[in-house]
Design a protein around this ligand. Structure first.
Ligand code: BTN
Length: 331
């Protein structure tokens, strides 16, 4: 069941469908079951929220500009998903969207509920690192998932997300690649990351919180010095800023499609897509995990998403978690 859209969200949906054309006041009042004066009052509310809406006598209303914010008002009219993002918990600032999503999921949040913030003050990265999360330029969200999955298979969802993210970035015009296990890179610099956190019983997943951070409109001066060589943003790579709400809606659509494919067809289609987008395979790598360091050639990923590394003595080692450093490109 989809939650009801507010009247402002409905007006925006109709105006967005109209594109460059005017939508008449009569059409809006018919579709919404409101008087023309009530429609005009909702349009005024939208204007105070930063929407630029042209009104022309005898022609109606036309949407000229949408504010660069990621509330339900901007996102709902763009969404065609079934569950994902149909309930949005938006905050200007949060310590971490993953932390709030985990709390909400523990209290019973439904599959697909999303927590989104303009800024994170304690954004979490993989392996205890932090995630730089300045306000208003990027995308930080966490979605609650309730898959029918054994806990041992929960890590597959991270690869599902990596594939959806890579496809969305490519459709936005950059040659993104996946670095094992789930870093998204453009020209060898990190543009997005994924952090999944799990709550499980012995034989079933209670819920998974899937957190995604994407550097969208960061400028070169916004990155701390220590990240300037290793991180980038979509804007820096394609030389044009990104409409954040459109990117977010496109990513959620892809994510839901890949989650459905995974639920129906298992891990194999995800693994095949992941391999076709990965830059790690076939490379000489150094893998650092908590227990060890391993050098060799990254040969494949297995049915659990583990990296298979051929070491110089010919053994095939299996690594479930860690960081990969590419030693030098192979020809
Ligand atoms: C990584 O280290 O590559 C993972 C980064 C994940 C960052 C995202 S931003 C939204 C969500 N909330 C967090 O605190 N972390 C994730």
């Amino acid at each position: 069941m989809q939650p009801e859209l507010s009247q402002e969200e409905m007006i925006l949906t109709f105006l967005a469908e109209g594109g460059d054309e005017f939508v008449s006041g009569a059409t809006l009042s018919d579709k919404l079951g409101l008087s023309r004066t009530a429609v005009w009052k909702h349009v005024e509310v939208l204007r105070t929220l930063g929407y630029r809406i042209e009104a022309a006598p005898a022609r109606g209303y036309r949407l000229l500009e949408v504010p660069d914010r990621l509330t339900a008002l901007e996102l709902a009219p763009l969404l065609s998903t079934r569950d994902l993002g149909r309930t949005i918990h938006y905050e200007d600032s949060l310590p971490s969207t993953n932390a709030l999503a985990f709390e909400l999921a523990t209290e019973g949040a439904f599959h697909g509920e999303v927590v989104i913030a303009e800024e994170q003050t304690a954004g979490k990265g993989r392996r205890g690192r932090s995630w730089v999360s300045p306000p208003g330029k990027n995308l930080y969200f966490s979605v609650v998932l309730r898959p029918e999955l054994a806990p041992q298979r929960a890590s597959e969802l991270t690869l599902v997300a990596a594939v959806a993210l890579c496809e969305t970035l490519r459709e936005a015009g950059v040659q993104a690649q996946i670095k094992w296990p789930n870093d998204l890179e453009i020209n060898g610099k990190k543009v997005a990351g994924i952090l999944t956190e799990l709550s499980a019983e012995t034989d079933r997943v209670r819920f998974v919180v899937l957190g995604i951070g994407v550097n969208l409109n960061l400028g070169s001066g916004d990155l701390p010095a220590e990240l300037a060589q290793s991180a980038t943003s979509l804007k820096l790579e394609r030389g044009q800023s990104v409409p954040r709400a459109l990117f977010t809606a496109a990513l959620w659509t892809k994510l839901e499609q890949w989650l459905d494919r995974h639920a129906e067809g298992g891990f194999e289609p995800v693994r095949a897509a992941w391999k076709s987008m990965a830059q790690t395979l076939g490379q000489d790598v150094l893998v650092r995990s908590e227990q060890r360091e391993l050098r060799g050639v990254a040969e494949d990923i297995d049915a659990q998403g583990a990296l298979l590394v051929r070491t110089p003595d010919g053994a095939l080692e299996r690594v479930l978690a860690g960081d990969v450093e590419q030693l030098r490109p192979r020809r």
